[in-house]
Design a protein around this ligand. Sequence first.
Ligand code: SF4
Ligand code: SF4
Length: 702
Amino acid sequence: MLENTHSPAQAAHWLFMARALFFLLHGLGVALFSYIVAKRLAPLLRAARDFRFDRPFSRLARTLQFWLGQWKHPRYKTAGFIHILIFAGFLVLAVRTFSVLILGLSPDFAVPLLSGRPAHLYDIATDYAATIVFLCMVVAAIRRLVFKPARYAVPARYGKGHVADAIFLLALIAMLMAGDSFFAAAQTASRVQQGLAAEPLAILSLAWIFKNTLLATTSLTMLTRLRLSACVGHEAVFYFLMCYRPFGIQFHVITSLFNVYFAKLDRETLKPVRWGVADDRLGEVKSFGVKKFEDFTWKHLLDFYSCADCGRCSDNCPANSVGRPLSPRFVTTKARDYSFQRNPVFSRPNNGAVSDSSLLGGIYSEDEIWSCTTCGACEEECPLLVEYIDKIVDLRRGMIDEGNVPQSLQKPLKALESRGNPYGKMEKKRVDWTKVEEFRQSYDVKTLKGENGAETLYFVDSITSYDDRMQSIARATARILHHAGENFGILGAAERDSGHEVRRFGEETLFMALRDHNTDAIKATGVQRIVTNDPHAFNALKHDYKDVPPVEHISQVIARAVRSGKLALKQVENGQNTYTYHDPCYLGRHNGVYDDPREVLDAIPGLKRVEMSRSRDRSFCCGGGGLMLFYEPKEDQRMGQVRVKMASEAGANVIVTACPFCLVNIEDGIKVAGLEGKMTAIDLAELVDQQTVDAKTTPLLS
Ligand code: SF4
Ligand code: SF4
């Protein structure tokens, strides 16, 4: 590459011992970088276990999709586009960056397999890549300084803003790109001035502009000096940047590949209390959950280091939107800063100054941890697949283990323990919804006892069994199953709460008791499948339980019945209504059931449906199910109220949902928003029940 020219090393004889300088730079750079990264990663070795080495092909596929393919970035169009350009630019430039580093030591170095035409094409690509990345840095700096997207802001309660740090890093990367281009320009200009053959630089690239400027203004001697300076400058900035990255948000450039590879594969499940400890040995575990920093798993610590501070998680977090004291971005950045403070790079670990007790009640408040609805919006959005729900549940497990249960939750948890439901009602009252006279005259819902009573179990769960308003959903579900020709029954008094929220509130032992009771009761019936109208029960039975028959949500059963013609739907009576569908988090985001409910709605003749601005995997949580109904964190407004406003803005006056908890929160939101009489909410099962034609007709869905 430098044949017949003054290489940086050759030209340095009059300046200083070039090779010695480059060797020193490399040696210092690599040693310092290795030391810093080793210090940063040391806490991971002391952290709790985490099993992330299974299914390498699935992990590799996800790495190709989410890391190399930058899959989630386009969800934010402008920032996503800029990030993809920068990422692609870095990938293209990686080879040239390392070749420039090696050129200082070995002037004749050429990248293996890269010579002749491919080398020239690669040089053109790198000229453009460096230019594009440079321009992206300029645009990103303008966005930060002028347009100031709200999601980058740091509210005062979370500490200082990060703008200065971000601008400094953008400037460093811009310098690296300019240095790279300047080196290529000086080298080409030098060859041209000597009358040697030189490959043309990419037209209008930074390197091309620099080269033309240099040719017009600079002598050969000066060019040699500039080329050497560019090479040294490039190396100095490169190593400075590498060593600076582990001190802040830019650490993600180094850790993101590993974070994505080791990301959780089964997002809908919760992590066990302790990896490697089976349920029947949990009694041997001395301490549950996360109480001190090292109780987090090594992967969760890697998450903290991998956050790019982009704010997408918090931008989509409903708790943050309504002013609860929770913003997932800061759950991560506070922990990262805490870890950095406890494990300084250039001095001994600082355990005394930052005591263990400062994790809860220190960097996190209890309210913050209880404010999460486990809706999953943050995890859905994060381009680096940072996990939140497991961490929050682990922190709750730690609090519960210490006996630190919020006052308002103590009664429902006790009731769940003694009666199997959070209301403290008697077990036999679980079947009260079947006893409404009008319903009982037409429908006989079997309570399953012993095997072969029915093929299908309708798992009702607590709220639909006991809440007077929600019992209407149970009756609608039973009528639909009847019309769809299902041979079904219920567990009745033998059913207990599914325990879904109990588990997510950190009460693992109580959850296990409920799960085991239900599993035995379900197995005793010999049913082949389970249907439920409650997405929380659906998620628990599908993912938290083991050894139970396959489970479906009623919306899936309805869609199939309509498709096959078993269920016929009639024209809506009031054609003036506009409907919108609210995706329950545990049906949509956690289980990917988005289409079936919409398919059913669209199959109702005359029904006009609109989408809210936030729908499907960006659905906005209603306020949370299960025990969230018993816990009221500080907030500026209710999530249900915000959701109702979104429906109103979309032009809807009927909100359809497919979850009893969503219905409670949305109906409450309608009242709080003062929209009673203008807006209504209805469960999908109730709506379908109203619209069902008894006689079988041709299929309505294709
Ligand atoms: S799970 Fe939902 S409520 Fe909890 S932090 Fe994430 S987005 Fe916020
Ligand atoms: S956790 Fe993910 S989405 Fe949230 S700020 Fe960090 S990188 Fe962005």
